[in-house]
Design a binder for this molecule. Sequence first.
Ligand SMILES: Nc1ncnc2c1ncn2[C@@H]1O[C@H](COP(=O)(O)OP(=O)(O)OP(=O)(O)O)[C@@H](O)[C@H]1O
Length: 308
Amino acid sequence: MPDIIIEINGLTKTYGSKTAVKSMDLHIRRGEIVGLIGKNGAGKSTLLKMIAGLIHPTSGELHFFNRASANGQSFFERMGVLIEQAGLYSHYSAFENLKLLAIAYGLPDANTQINKLLKTVGLEDIGSVKVKSFSLGMKQRLGIAAALLGSPDVLLLDEPINGLDPQGIVEIRALIQELNKNGLTILISSHILEELSKIATQYAIIHKGEMVEVISADELLHKCEERIELKLEKAEAAIPVLERELKIADYKVFDANTLYVYDPGAEIRQISKTLIEHGVGIDSIYKYKQSLEQYFLARTEQAGERHA
Ligand SMILES: Nc1ncnc2c1ncn2[C@@H]1O[C@H](COP(=O)(O)OP(=O)(O)OP(=O)(O)O)[C@@H](O)[C@H]1O
């Protein structure tokens, strides 16, 4: 498969009788920002920890760069991880924290890289200040710098904007986009879709340990676009009228009685008049716009019904 950097097939993690992650599939392409979205307890951290090699899957397969996980040890070294809070020493400076980590990683001559990383995360002027005086946002940025030591290809971030103030959120978001522009593939989890919506190129919707849907940002935007919803006696009967008479090509038959029209030029009055003229019975017709949050809720509710 072209450009797949991580391939996850049937990944499962159980703790006793509790299944935290159930047979998940996810294929991540190089250069994507994948947003893992799910409520608290959905299984996001467990999935990230398995990808990071911090916990072992109960079953399933993880392939990195098209190599099986059995050979993947070196891959874990090419992955930067910030799960929960970074383990920082508050009585040491930002530079010293990174230096200690670099030594632990076997990178003794990392001073140049550390200075570059401090600049990348916007801490270059306060590299010598003790971490105990840092705000949460500054600590998160230092945590990201720590995850970037050793120049990984993939960065895993578990709820990196949790608890940050609006300014901190903007800074982390800008940093993530900048890192991605420079070629880094990023997996980022959140329970707030709106926060991911500004940066993710792909979404993986997780609910009660299951992968409900993997959808590109473009597809999601399309689904959340304004549309005209038609409740009809028979949706099929409207198709020739839409296509031939109204020249509408962008529509979708949702079920036997429901049809969505996405065409931005389409007008309710014109559609209803033309359908009636051609003998198509209309029960209702209205404009509808779904927010990202509504879409996410609808998908997880559907998944919840399947569980019930
Ligand atoms: N070590 C563990 N032992 C037992 N159960 C666990 C363990 N780790 C996670 N779980 C359970 O697995 C489920 C998924 O947890 P996980 O932390 O992956 O969810 P999450 O989506 O990251 O949510 P949150 O944002 O609240 O951390 C939860 O029900 C959690 O209680």
